[in-house]
Each structure stands twice: as structure tokens, then as C-alpha cells.
Design a protein around this ligand. Structure first.
Ligand code: XIL
Length: 365
């Protein structure tokens, strides 16, 4: 018989026990075969992965909870998918991911509150014309409030603004609809609104190619100004869409040190290591383009991942999370972008979910 007075304590004990068996990454796992990436990195930073709802069923569900302790919705929380009409939210796909994470004791990164891509058409239009700045900022506030209120206590950090810095090195800001209508205010306001909506959430600026010195410098200047003005920003997300050709060890270190010097924490939010050169624009596959994963490419990729994770571990005081962009080479977005149908091999698991050779390089240290 359980004494009634002791029931609450008993319940708490059961809860803790069940949480620890649900997520193996919350504990130190000794047996090699039961270890996932997140166990190897338990003393460093959470290891995450981007997912869609389709990935949360067998056999992927147990695979995911074994290897990772953080999830990012790959598309489900972007403004277009989650907020397709002004007065309609499509919560189900995002809820499924958040619920799965909560059930399994995993963290969730919210991605992405404000971005020029995958934005719904309605947001920039008002009565058939381009929307005015004050109306757009209001809509943005409503969007941010709705998401962050719904997931308060479940999502611990957000990519508040994504990719606002231009590719063109002669300017700082990308000439997106957001920028063209609001100027740079949209960036600061997004952080202010996000902080109001959930003061407990960690707020990130997220972008790609931040390892490249000149884009890093421009981004640094933008962030420095925000920090000095007291804008509530906690960190910078280096997407980490890298390749066997970049970043160099030196550029990677420099970028981490430079952003950390602003007092910001750093997360690598969308890691994959392509076997091709980085290209921005979509194009068709060339008839003579070979997309075989040769031994030489495999070795180059292993060397690159090894270096990257060595540097991450060295900067564990500044890096608060590393997330892979996709589960395996089968479902990586890089099989479709920038070249539709060109097979890429950017992740640690092959198309059958088996760890590739490179996996060992990441966990042997
Ligand atoms: C990508 C997704 O992986 C694809 O499925 C989708 O078709 C396009 O967006 N930077 C980001 C991510 O911040 O949201 C993008 O994700 C990849 C580039």
C-alpha cells in the first residue's frame, strides 16, 4: 500500500525515472552500442537534428531519440507553412514535433520567426497594395506573439531573424521585402517583440556563410550595433551549410572568437558538409556531372568533419548547441538544392541510416 501523504513524492520520483529512460542523452551511457552522438557530447553541447513530422514514426523515432537531444522543425514553423492566412494558423505539423520532443525530454529550437523565404504572400500585401511599414510590423508582432505564447516553456530558443545580411559584399542588409518596407528596423523590432512574448527564450540571429571573413565582418558590425543599443539578443546561429572545401580551420576559429567577443553565445544551427562547392542559385544538373560518393570524397569529408568538431569542442564554453540539417543522406535537402536530383552525401548517416565512416571521426576524441 502506498501511503497517501507520500504520493506526491512518489509521483515526482516516477516522473524523473521515466524522463531518464526516455531520453538516453540526459544520462551518461557507458555501453558503446547504446551510445548516440548526444551521449558522446554530453559534456559539451546538445546535439540536434532538423526533422519533419514524417520522421517521428518507426524506425526513425527511436533512431532520433538515441542520437540527438534537440530538435528543429525543418519547415513546419516557418511563416508560410504555419501562418498561411492572416487569421489562420496551421499548428498541427509544428505541434507534432514539439510534442514528440517534450515527450522524449528533448530541447526544441524554434525556426524561424522572420525570414524572407517561405513567407506567406498575404503578409506583404494590404488591400492589393504593398503593405505599409506600421501594418507589417504589427503583423510581425502578432505572428511572433502567437508562436511564442503557444510554445512557451517548450521551445527554449528561436532563430528570430534569418538571413538578413546580403550576399552582395557592398551592402549590409539583404534587399528583401522586409527590408524594403521596414528598413533595418524590422530586425531590431523582431527581437524586441520576441523578448516581450517570452522573456525566458534565448534569441538568435541566424545566417549562412558566417565563416567567410567578409560576410562575418558585415554580420559582426550589424550585431555589434544591436548589442550596443541593448536589443535583447542572446546569440548567433552559424547555419553551417559547409562543404569539403570550407570553412578553413582558421576562418572557423576567427568567426567563433569574433562573435563570442560580443558576449553572444554561438550555435551551429544547420550543419551539413556538402561534397560540392557552395552555390546559391538553383540550376539543372549538367549531363556530365558525376554524383558518386568516391573514397577520396569520403576521406575529405571525414577530415573536414573531424576538424570542425575538434574546433567546436575547443570552444565549448561559447557553443551552446550543434544541430545537423537532416537525419540522413537520403532525405537531405541538398539532394534537391541547388541542383535538383544531384545526389549529395552531407550527413553522418547514409541512406539506410547506417553511420558512415565519418561518424567515428566525430565521436572519437
Ligand atoms: C530548407 C529546407 O531544408 C527545405 O526542405 C526547404 O525546401 C527549404 O528550406 N537555410 C535555412 C533553412 O534557414 O530553413 C533552409 O531549410 C535551408 C537554408
Amino acid at each position: 500500500m502506498i501511503n497517501n501523504k507520500k504520493l506526491p513524492i512518489f509521483r515526482v520520483a516516477v516522473l524523473f525515472f521515466s524522463m531518464s529512460i526516455l531520453s538516453s542523452c540526459n544520462t551518461k551511457v557507458k555501453e558503446e552500442e547504446n551510445k548516440g552522438l548526444c551521449n558522446y557530447y554530453v559534456d559539451y553541447f546538445p546535439i540536434g537534428v532538423s526533422v519533419s513530422g514524417r520522421a517521428l514514426i518507426p524506425p526513425f523515432d527511436t533512431f532520433i531519440t538515441k542520437e540527438y537531444n534537440s530538435l528543429t522543425p525543418e519547415n513546419e514553423m516557418k511563416m508560410g507553412p504555419v501562418h498561411p492566412e492572416e487569421n489562420r494558423f496551421n499548428w498541427k505539423p509544428a505541434d507534432e514535433i514539439v510534442d514528440f520532443a517534450v515527450k522524449n525530454g528533448m530541447k526544441v529550437r524554434g525556426h524561424a520567426l522572420v525570414w524572407h523565404e517561405q513567407a506567406p504572400k498575404w503578409i506583404f500585401i494590404d488591400n492589393g497594395d504593398t503593405v505599409k511599414k506600421d501594418v507589417l510590423l504589427n503583423r510581425m508582432k502578432n505572428h511572433i506573439d502567437s508562436i511564442m505564447t503557444r510554445y512557451k516553456g517548450k521551445i527554449y530558443c528561436y532563430d528570430v531573424v534569418n538571413e538578413a545580411v546580403a550576399d552582395d559584399s557592398t551592402m549590409i542588409f539583404r534587399e528583401s521585402n522586409w527590408f524594403n518596407i521596414c528598413g533595418e528596423d524590422f530586425i531590431e523590432q523582431a527581437f524586441v517583440y520576441a523578448h516581450q512574448a517570452d522573456p525566458g527564450a534565448k534569441l538568435f540571429y541566424n545566417d549562412y556563410n558566417l565563416n567567410r571573413p567578409e560576410k562575418m565582418e558585415r554580420t559582426y558590425r550589424m550585431l555589434k550595433k544591436m548589442v550596443e543599443k541593448g536589443i535583447p539578443i542572446d546569440g548567433v546561429g552559424m547555419q553551417g551549410h559547409w562543404s569539403i572545401f570550407e570553412p578553413s580551420e582558421q576562418d572557423l576559429r576567427e568567426a567563433i572568437k569574433k562573435f563570442a567577443s560580443l558576449g553572444l553565445s554561438i550555435q551551429v544551427t544547420e550543419l551539413d558538409v556538402s561534397v560540392y562547392n557552395w552555390e546559391k542559385n538553383r540550376r539543372a544538373k549538367n549531363p556530365d556531372e558525376n554524383d558518386e560518393f568516391t573514397e577520396s570524397l569520403e576521406q575529405k569529408q571525414a577530415d573536414q568533419y573531424k576538424m570542425i568538431f575538434k574546433v567546436f569542442r575547443e570552444y565549448k564554453d561559447n557553443i551552446t548547441g550543434v544541430t545537423f540539417w537532416g537525419i540522413s543522406d537520403r532525405t537531405s535537402w541538398l539532394n534537391h538544392y541547388p541542383v535538383e536530383g544531384r545526389k549529395n552525401y552531407p550527413l553522418l548517416f547514409d541512406s539506410e541510416l547506417n553511420p558512415k565512416k565519418v561518424y567515428k571521426e566525430v565521436v572519437n576524441f
